[in-house]
Write a protein that binds this ligand. Sequence first.
Ligand SMILES: NC(=O)c1ccc[n+]([C@@H]2O[C@H](COP(=O)([O-])OP(=O)(O)OC[C@H]3O[C@@H](n4cnc5c(N)ncnc54)[C@H](OP(=O)(O)O)[C@@H]3O)[C@@H](O)[C@H]2O)c1
Length: 329
Amino acid sequence: MAGFGNVNRALVRLLARKQQELRALGIDYRVTGVGSRRLGWIADPEGLDLAAIEAGSSQRSRLAPHASELCKWLGTAKADVLFEATSLSVKDGQPAIAYIRAALESGAHAITANKGPVIHAYRELTELAAAKRRRFLFESAVMDGVPIFSLFRENLPAVQLRGFHGILNSTTNLILTGMEQGLTFEQSLSRAQQLGIAETDASHDIDGWDAAVKVAALVTVLMGIQMRPEAVKRQGIATLAAAAVRQARAEGKPFKLVCRAHRAGTDVEASVGPEQVPLTDPLALVNGTSSMICFETDIFPALTITENDPGVETTAYGMLADFVRAVGD
Ligand SMILES: NC(=O)c1ccc[n+]([C@@H]2O[C@H](COP(=O)([O-])OP(=O)(O)OC[C@H]3O[C@@H](n4cnc5c(N)ncnc54)[C@H](OP(=O)(O)O)[C@@H]3O)[C@@H](O)[C@H]2O)c1
């Protein structure tokens, strides 16, 4: 496990809870390596005492020496799979890309919840994985583990995706819901922060960057056009006045931060911005931290997926499902 924050810790709990189901699929596991800047890079091929690591009281004698290089750490851990869940770097996707590359080079599957490697190195890592007969999978990178990428890869053969629209950022949707309920922007943001949904610095969400990164990842993988987040026309919600948000809801056309992507000739045009949505549109019913995506395809005119009240467990589940896909074949 590269990174040992909310997601990988939730994955550890979920793997333990689903041990029986995994065994029924012929899969057993042990966690043999954990790494982060603060923890260092810990490895033991016999399995790690994760509770001790989480509590910060692991016995150093139980640990293999710190690996100065990632390959050495992977080798010491004898890793079959790397679960990559380090922080997102929108600028260059590092160090996640380097970790995933090293894992694939060493013969391990690479599974990530991180959007960085998808927007910056999807093609390269997919090709490397294929050359090494391993999998590079990232179901949890968009919509917290809801099966979107695998839906197209495994269940919609030969379908052409013409475009999609949806609500993909929980923080801004929660803030807008709070403003509709009478809070100011600042009060609603502060409530989202108290609930642990919004970061202390929530500008990445509020300015529409998180949604733009997700749109770029979906376009890159599902529409086959390499798209960077900067190419997504972007407007956040900071300029929306609370009174306007309340009035819009009262008039039956609430504001939502809507993501859009559509083919335009050989290219794709994509945008993120606040829109007033009529109540007849399912997007208007998406409140709080929930999200929704509607795919427009040549076969299914509108294939819609709604995710109500996601949590870190659903993100961990996306990684577990990728794990089964990678090693269960
Ligand atoms: N939380 C969610 O529900 C969710 C949902 C979908 C996707 N994701 C994605 O999943 C990833 C992890 O999210 P999270 O919520 O678990 O974040 P988090 O709690 O902040 O944990 C991030 C982990 O990455 C480590 N890390 C950061 N920079 C590193 C570096 N340069 N080298 C090694 N380790 C590093 C951190 O430890 P140190 O500080 O010790 O290095 C920490 O253990 C992110 O990319 C996020 O965008 C999260």
